[in-house]
Design a protein around this ligand. Structure first.
Ligand code: ATP
Ligand code: MG
Length: 445
């Protein structure tokens, strides 16, 4: 069903209910409610006649038998209503065509009160006089005919309003539908203009974001295959080349001939292992063996491993640790890998005579405490436009860099996935020529 009709149907339904409600409400108010108000008013008016008589005659019913009810029409009408007054057992006043007894038994009654004391009871066959009846009939009849206009007019306004609203509501949806079809057909580069700040604007923004994410995911998927093939090609051709040389040589194989092959095999194993870890983490299937662990010894172990190379290259390693233990809720093996990747990078991209500072502090965010570990180097730095892609798989700042000085571009992607698996986060700040700082936030134990 067309979306305009779908929404239109519901709107019209709602409007119809509204019109019905207004009509019933209007008739209920004008007819039922006013009728009861009139009845009360006429009852009070009739009772008041007798109250005034009683007061005017010095609190007595003297001469009541002769009282004329000054109601012009009623005086002339032969079918005038019957009225009786009885202060006690006796009937003091009666006007009517039948006998007072039947009126007292079947009629309506009201007590006459003067200064808080009951001075009599009046009985009537109806509270309204003939004149009152005509007045009431005139008012109610005119309201009934006028009343038809109200729902009719409301209905027309509701119809027009419904048409206008349906159009207004469906217009942005109509714009979205072809765009959604395009996204479904893999045209992921499309962007829908956001023209409003309302819910439709938010849906449009969400759709644009979704298309962008899908586009990126598709790019990553395509690149991954190309990157893996690319990374495999070089070591495999080196191995192949060495094997051919060995075969052609036809002599005993000296161990040093096998070294380059071994290097490439190690490299290939690392690539396969890194990719495996990364795929597990991205799929949310990374097994974490988390426990409360102090971050200081975790970092110290890695620094001890890197110390000989740092000393050889005159790179100073400065630690700034808190006085007390900094316990985080981590899988120590995975977090070792994170800091190892970051420290290896810092070493790799810092030239001789540089400095690497490691600082541990604690911070609070959204009422949770985090241990923050920052690794700052005085290395080459990274240009601002490269920073958004730094944690992508296979992303390297200088593509052309020699494959033996650089890595495969998986270290930071793995670090990010591992940290996020711990519900932590990682950020980077850098300035070309001055250095780079990576900060890891891990939930405290
Ligand atoms: P791998 O870690 O897989 O062996 P890699 O070190 O090249 O390879 P990443 O650790 O993901 O890959 O780093 C990605 C890129 O970010 C690097 O190629 C490098 O250009 C840049 N980079 C990372 N850390 C630093 C740093 N401390 N200083 C300067 N550039 C850095
Ligand atoms: Mg690295």
């Amino acid at each position: 069903m067309n979306v305009q009709w779908c929404i239109g149907d519901k709107l019209f339904g709602a409007m119809a209910v509204l019109v019905l409600f207004v009509t019933v409400g209007y008739y209920g108010a004008t007819q039922g409610y006013l009728e009861s108000r009139f009845e009360r008013y006429f009852k009070e008016k009739t009772t008041e006649l007798f109250e005034i008589y009683y007061k005017e005659h010095k609190n007595s019913w003297e001469g009541i038998e002769e009282m004329k009810i000054s109601d012009g029409l009623e005086q002339r009408n032969t079918d005038q209503r019957e009225i009786a007054l009885s202060p006690d057992e006796n009937i003091l006043f009666f006007r009517g065509s039948s006998v007072p007894g039947s009126l007292i038994q079947q009629g309506k009654l009201n007590t006459v009160m003067v200064n808080g004391t009951t001075v009599g009871t009046i009985y009537v066959d109806g509270w309204e006089s003939a004149e009152d009846y005509l007045l009431k009939k005139y008012i109610l009849d005119s309201m009934r005919t006028q009343g038809l206009w109200v729902p009719a007019l409301t209905g027309i306004i509701a119809l027009l309003l419904g048409l206008w609203l349906t159009k207004k509501l469906t217009q942005p949806l109509k714009r979205l539908i072809p765009a959604i079809h395009k996204i479904a057909a893999q045209e992921l580069h499309i962007r829908i203009p956001v023209t409003t700040r309302d819910e439709f604007g938010k849906v449009t923004e969400a759709l644009n974001h979704m298309a962008q994410q899908l586009f990126r995911a598709e790019e990553v998927r395509k690149n991954l295959t190309a990157d893996v093939a690319h990374e495999l090609r070089t070591p495999l051709s080196i191995i192949q080349c060495h094997m051919e040389m060995i075969q052609e040589g036809g002599r005993d194989i000296p161990p040093e001939t096998l070294l380059p092959i071994q290097d490439e095999v190690i490299r290939l194993s690392k690539l396969v292992d890194d990719l495996h870890q990364l795929t597990l983490a991205e799929a949310g299937k990374l097994q974490l063996d988390r426990s409360k662990a102090d971050l200081v010894p975790v970092l110290d172990r890695i620094i001890d491993m890197l110390k000989p190379e740092a000393e050889e290259r005159h790179i100073e390693i400065v630690r700034s640790y808190p006085a007390q233990k900094m316990n985080a809720f981590i899988d120590p093996n995975r977090i070792t890998q994170v800091f190892y990747n970051l420290l290896i990078n810092a070493m790799r991209y810092t030239s001789s005579g540089g400095k690497i500072s490691i600082r541990i502090t604690d911070t609070s965010h959204d009422e949770s405490r985090f241990a923050s570990v920052s690794i700052t180097d005085t290395g080459v730095g990274i240009a601002a436009e490269q920073l958004p892609f730094l944690f992508d798989r296979f992303y390297r700042v200088e593509e052309s860099r020699s494959r033996h000085t650089g890595g495969m571009g998986l270290g930071l992607a793995i670090a990010k996935e591992f940290v996020e698996a711990h519900r932590g986060s990682i950020s980077v700040q850098s300035e070309v020529g001055r250095g780079t700082q990576f900060t890891v936030y891990l939930p405290c134990a």
